[in-house]
Ligand binder design. Structure first.
Ligand code: FES
Length: 61
């Protein structure tokens, strides 16, 4: 697994990933997922593109 914080965007997690909720239910299973780090996603923990609409910057994160 490789985690890459994308400039002004989500954390890209590549290499085979299972994202689960706190109860262990699978939210998404994929070779690559994008996890929100801006806090605006309506589909958290996944990125839904809201970082772009909010002009979020990763400069200080
Ligand atoms: S990083 Fe994309 S919606 Fe938060």
């Amino acid at each position: 697994m490789v985690i890459t914080p994308l400039k002004d965007g989500p954390n890209q997690v590549a290499g085979g990933v299972v994202v689960q909720d706190p109860d262990g239910n699978v939210i998404k299973e994929a070779s690559t997922v994008y996890l929100c780090r801006c806090g605006f996603s309506q589909d958290a923990p996944l990125c839904d593109g809201s970082h772009r609409r909010n002009n979020w910057s990763s400069a200080f994160r």
